[in-house]
Write a protein of this length. Structure first.
Length: 448
């Protein structure tokens, strides 16, 4: 049996047990399955997948979860400790017991996708799939064929949501690995403002596959701060795409923070379609062991007077492999745009590896664009200098590593997220030291 056929057989089994669906959903499933069958899984002879081998996914025998049981105590230990509106999914299935959708402000809709489809599928069918269709990739096609669950976030014009909206994905250590194909749809009306935190985490020993598609639509003047924190178990596999459509004067700020998972691939696409639209990509990937962390970004400057800023940091230890490909396209007549892109990488081991490729395609002449990439190692003299201040070797190296990530982490305004990243990168630092002063000294030493 071919790898593709095994997934198609799972789809047929699920379809047989699902029952009748609206005609547009059935048609899209069929289109997704047909496109996936035609494309097959990507291989390394394809330029976009040159450095990433997906055979751990294509050769896997993944079932679909049938229940959303999860210990509340275990969930509490994994959940970010912050006051928020919360949607929780267990192996892709919605858990009402672990969610909190109370006290939702007027003009805000946050609900599982299954509920939105059941209540008014026609209102969901228009925007769903408008940005990310089956042509994007084999994995987007596969998601379209399988999708059943996910999150819907709708903000009425002028709405400001004070508390973050957390979309939490918990992965269980099942007897046999499972797969999920969640879909997230976010629509923000004119001048609406919110923070959405997407959190991937799970039990030790989990070895599941998540194939996520997310679409974000920002109307004029809308502001969205989007955090994606991946703390997945070390054997989990994840492929994810995020596509954003921005109208005039809208602002999208992304924090893509990847700490866990055996294989994590993120594709981020922003279409700046109106004057004054601005996107900021802040990213940090931290790999250990044999982790493979791959990020591809694409910013399309489709209108004049648009702005993009991108700053990605990679930290790789042991035999970890990182991939970064950042591309900016300035369309013809998109004059007076600004686009800045930077990727800096820190290798903590001689066996760690990074492949980085910043790209610019410019078809206009009145623009300000820059891009660059660097790779280096810790300065052992700086490590020694910190050790003279009373730190042991491990703490000194951890602190310098954290200082390297500081340019990105300084922009993180959600303390619970920042603390998870700092703990992963630097470990639990001793409180008896003036850590703020030491970080400042470490940064100065790194710059020297």
């Amino acid at each position: 049996m071919s790898d593709v056929q095994r997934f198609l057989d799972r789809l047929a089994e699920r379809s047989a047990s699902r029952g009748a669906e609206p005609s547009w959903i059935a048609a899209r499933r069929q289109a997704g399955a047909a496109r996936f069958e035609a494309m097959g899984f990507p291989h390394r002879r394809i330029e976009e997948w040159k450095y990433t081998d997906v055979r751990a996914i294509s050769r896997g025998d993944f079932a679909l979860a049938t229940d959303a049981d999860f210990s509340p105590a275990s969930a509490a230990a994994l959940t970010l400790p912050l006051e928020a509106h919360r949607l929780t999914f267990i192996d892709g299935l919605f858990s009402s017991a672990l969610s909190d959708l109370s006290d939702m402000p007027a003009g805000v809709v946050v609900q599982p996708l299954s509920q939105a489809l059941a209540e008014n599928h026609e209102a969901v069918g228009g925007p769903l799939g408008r940005l990310t269709g089956v042509e994007l990739s084999a994995f987007a096609a596969l998601n379209t064929a399988f999708f059943e669950e996910g999150a819907l976030v709708r903000l009425a014009p002028g709405t400001v949501v004070d508390k973050p909206i957390v979309v939490q994905f918990l992965s269980r250590a099942n007897e046999a690995p499972v797969m999920s194909h969640p879909r997230i749809l976010i629509e923000a009306g004119a001048r609406a403002e919110a923070t959405v935190i997407e959190h991937h985490v799970g039990e030790e020993g989990a070895a599941n596959f998540t194939n996520l598609v997310e679409e974000v639509m920002l109307d004029r003047g809308a502001i969205l701060n989007h955090y994606k924190l991946v703390e997945s178990p070390e054997q989990d596999l994840q492929i994810a795409s995020l596509q954003v459509e921005q109208c005039r004067d809208s602002r999208f700020t992304s924090f893509n923070l990847t700490l866990g998972g055996a294989l994590v691939r993120n594709d981020l696409i922003s279409d700046l379609n109106g004057q004054g639209a601005e996107v900021t990509y802040n990213g940090l990937f931290y790999g250990q062991g044999r982790q493979h962390l791959d990020t591809h970004t694409l910013v399309n400057h489709n209108a004049p007077h648009t702005f993009s800023h991108e700053n990605y940091k990679g930290i790789l230890d042991d035999r970890a492999h990182g991939v970064f490909n950042g591309k900016v396209i300035v369309k013809r007549d998109s004059q007076k745009i600004e686009a800045n892109q930077s990727n800096a990488n820190l290798l903590l081991s001689d066996r760690a590896q990074i492949d980085t490729k910043p790209e610019l395609e410019i078809y206009a002449d009145d623009v300000k664009c820059s891009h660059g990439a660097t790779t280096g190692q810790l300065d052992e003299e700086a490590v020694f200098a910190l050790r003279t201040r009373g730190l042991d070797q491990s703490t000194a190296r951890g602190l310098l590593t954290l200082a390297f990530a500081g340019e990105v982490m300084d922009q993180v305004t959600v303390d619970a997220v920042a603390e998870r990243v700092e703990l992963a990168v630097a470990g639990k630092l001793p409180e008896r030291f003036n850590l703020a002063g030491l970080v400042e000294a470490a940064v100065a030493l790194n710059e020297d």
